[in-house]
Design a protein around this ligand. Structure first.
Ligand code: LLP
Length: 431
């Protein structure tokens, strides 16, 4: 997080609190979220994208407290399930500021969203449109909808997190014609209030080219829709995906730069197609909560493994792993690390930081230089862990999920408590 320093004793201090104190109070592993950092990144999106609606993507990290921060910073919230809706609402986010996503929303979820008055539903298939219409008819509701489209953009990111190419589960294809058909279908529905188009091209993206193509193709679609119906669409949502720096080689664009580029692209395409400027929105998740968070682990064993050619590698085992951060195993995601409890002037050696799971692929950081005197009991801080770590955590090997702790002005408060073995045992109702 911003403003992170080492104090005179060499301890890393986040939001005015030494991580050693966090470890003492809350144990390890723990995720620490710097509240001021989260808020300032949220505010940066709000201010840079003036006049746009910013939907914080709750899938990246969502607790009631986080929903409240997003609300207080003037953001809306992107939710994808009943669980995310429930937490967002419980955190005080008004239903009309929710955007409800998903490629397989259940009847129960749809009915809940309609009853609560969720602001917009992003429809993802013809089946869903029919399901939504039935629910509206039964409950006497009208749903404001955006149609999620596939723009055919090949986003430059990991295959599993690129979502605009044709052969994947999300959206309706512009190229194949289903997107226009769906828009016309929603427009002509008595139960639906068509707001516009939604495009999300992928995640952890560092350049604006893919967005540029997506803007051109969605605006062309809007123009085709106007030709078909005589009506201009009111809204365009460009999704999320703004990358953050996990390691030195990552160079994200500044939020203001992205905003300026998007403004220019939209203006250009509006002029080109003779369309008036739609209301615009984006859905950043990682870029708001990722850098605000750090994961804290305790070193349990240090093992030197001899390699061929007289080389060796230091395996540093920590008390978490692929259950609290699946991203390295799933996407070959890279992270950095630092010893959090002390300075060291020992020479840096190549280490591999691994977890405690029964699996060879349980690697948190494949290659990282750490001081050669790294030892049992040291604390390791992994920056960038605010996004998609706790939210994708699991109980592999029956390990309870770590807590999420908010840090502000030298004080921590638990927003999500540590899961206990009792929590886990309670679910096992067999005899
Ligand atoms: N909007 C939609 C429709 C999305 O599907 C996503 C991410 C976002 C916004 C937010 O994207 P962000 O700004 O956070 O990149 N779990 C993966 C990434 C997949 C995210 C899926 N959707 C990861 O750990 O990198």
């Amino acid at each position: 997080p911003r403003g992170t320093v080492r104090d005179d004793d060499g301890r890393i201090v986040v939001a005015g609190i030494a991580l050693t104190d966090v470890a003492q109070e809350h144990g390890t592993p723990t995720y620490v979220i710097d509240e001021a950092d989260f808020r300032s990144r949220a505010a940066e999106f709000r201010d840079s994208f003036a006049g746009w609606s910013i939907f914080y993507a709750g899938k990246a990290l969502l607790t009631k407290t986080v929903a409240r921060w997003a609300f207080e910073e003037g953001l809306n919230l992107d939710v994808t399930t009943m669980g995310e809706m429930r937490i967002a609402l419980a955190g005080g986010m008004p239903a009309e500021r929710l955007g409800f996503h998903g490629n397989n929303k259940s009847d129960e979820e749809i009915e809940f969203a309609l009853e609560q008055g969720v602001g917009r539903i992003i429809v993802d298939s013809f089946d869903e449109i029919a399901r939504l219409e039935r629910a509206c008819e039964a409950g006497g509701h009208t749903a404001r909808v955006l149609v999620r489209v596939t723009t055919g953009v090949e986003a430059h990111t990991h295959e599993y997190i690129a979502t605009a190419h044709e052969d994947q589960k999300f959206g309706l294809s512009i190229m194949g014609g289903q997107a226009l058909t769906a828009l016309v279908r929603c427009h002509s529905s008595r139960f639906l209030d068509l707001a516009g188009i939604h495009s999300h091209i992928g995640s952890q993206i560092f350049e604006t080219h893919g967005f540029e193509v997506a803007i051109r193709r969605t605006m062309r679609l809007a123009s085709q829709f106007r030709t078909a119906t005589g009506v201009e669409l009111a809204e365009l949502d460009l999704g999320g995906g703004f990358g953050i720096a996990y390691v030195g080689a990552d160079s994200p664009l500044a939020t203001a730069e992205i905003a300026a580029a998007f403004e220019e692209m939209v203006e250009h395409e509006c002029r080109g197609f003779g369309l008036s400027r739609p209301h615009l929105s984006i859905e950043p998740g990682r870029a708001i909560c990722g850098p605000a968070g750090v994961a804290l682990y305790r070193v349990g064993t240090v093992k030197i493994v001899e390699l061929e050619g007289g080389r060796s590698r230091v395996y540093v085992s920590v008390d978490g792993g692929m259950s609290d951060n699946i991203r390295p195993a799933l996407y070959a995601a890279e992270y950095s690390a630092a010893i959090a409890n002390r300075n060291s002037s020992a020479r840096p050696v190549l280490c591999r930081v691994v977890g405690k799971h029964c699996e060879g692929g349980d690697i948190l950081i494949r290659d990282v230089f750490l001081p050669s005197d790294i030892a049992i009991g040291d604390l390791i801080a992994v920056p960038g862990s605010g996004a998609y770590a706790r939210s994708m955590a699991n109980n592999y090997n029956q390990i309870p999920k770590p807590p999420v702790v908010a840090a502000k002005d030298g004080v921590t408060s638990v927003m999500l408590r540590r899961e206990t073995l009792d929590d886990i045992m309670r679910l096992d109702v067999g005899k």
